[in-house]
Design a protein around this ligand. Structure first.
Ligand code: FE
Length: 249
């Protein structure tokens, strides 16, 4: 665990490498303000027990009041029922995915605590911190959000910025890091139009750290800007696909 930001009343805790074996590596993050906590993209069943134990050392579980889901993928929402059962937290998920999540077996009695995020985003108050839910639709999910913490100036970017295959968790050299991001972004991100909307949106924010859900983080203003500039020029998704596929023989 690593504190990305810490003051008397506010801290941002990074939990890495709870994923093992065939699971895609995933990062978990916790924000605590004045004794109230939010967990971001808490992961699936195998991560749940370990994360729960680590969390208990950081805060009282009764203080965990919010669960943020960037989108509906299994590495994010598979353990939803568990989290809702053992906490009194509210969870937040794109309104597009509300009717899909009960398929993961969320009990009737807790499903009401999953709140829809409208397409335009929203503000979630954690303690006294006003955290901004930033629309990042189609990056990579149709209903997709990132979370911006204006106190720590951290943008939690979900799958955008994900990197795979390197052995460090903090980016030191942007140019050498590109090889670990490129393939993922070219295939999982939809097209340049969606990227441009994101670039225009996040250029309105003051960002010190960009923390993706997979792989390494950009922990300076300069590296965060390098990443936004890289996204601004990236070609991906449908832009790289052929005009048609042949029917499989
Ligand atoms: Fe995903």
């Amino acid at each position: 665990m690593l504190n990305l930001f810490e003051t008397e009343n506010h801290k941002n805790v990074f939990v890495d490498n709870l994923s093992t074996g065939h699971m895609v590596q995933a990062n978990q993050h916790v924000i605590v303000n004045n004794g109230e906590g939010m967990i971001l993209d808490p992961g699936g069943h195998k991560v749940y027990t370990k994360l729960f134990a680590m969390l208990s050392s950081e805060m009282r579980i009764t203080e965990l009041k919010h669960i943020f889901f960037s989108h509906q993928d299994p590495d994010i929402i598979a353990a939803t029922n568990g989290w809702l059962m053992v906490t009194s937290a509210d969870a937040y998920l794109s309104e597009l995915w509300m009717r899909f999540i009960p398929h993961f077996g969320v009990d009737e009695m807790v499903v009401e605590r999953i709140k829809p995020i409208p397409d335009a985003g929203m503000t979630i108050t954690v303690g006294t911190a006003e955290l901004k839910v930033i629309p990042a639709h189609f990056l990579h999910s149709a209903g997709n959000f990132q979370l911006y913490d204006p106190i720590a100036k951290i943008l939690y970017s979900g799958d955008l910025g994900a990197s795979l295959g390197m052995d460090y968790s903090i980016v030191e050299d942007f140019d050498t890091h590109i090889q670990y991001m490129e393939g993922f972004h070219q295939r999982y991100m939809p097209n340049t139009r969606a990227l441009k909307i994101w670039v225009n949106t996040v250029r309105q924010l003051d960002i010190d750290i960009i923390a993706p859900q997979h792989g390494a983080m950009f922990t300076s203003k300069e590296l965060s800007e390098r990443f936004i500039d890289w996204i601004d020029t990236l070609t991906c998704g449908t832009d790289l696909m052929p005009d048609k596929y042949d029917i499989p023989a």
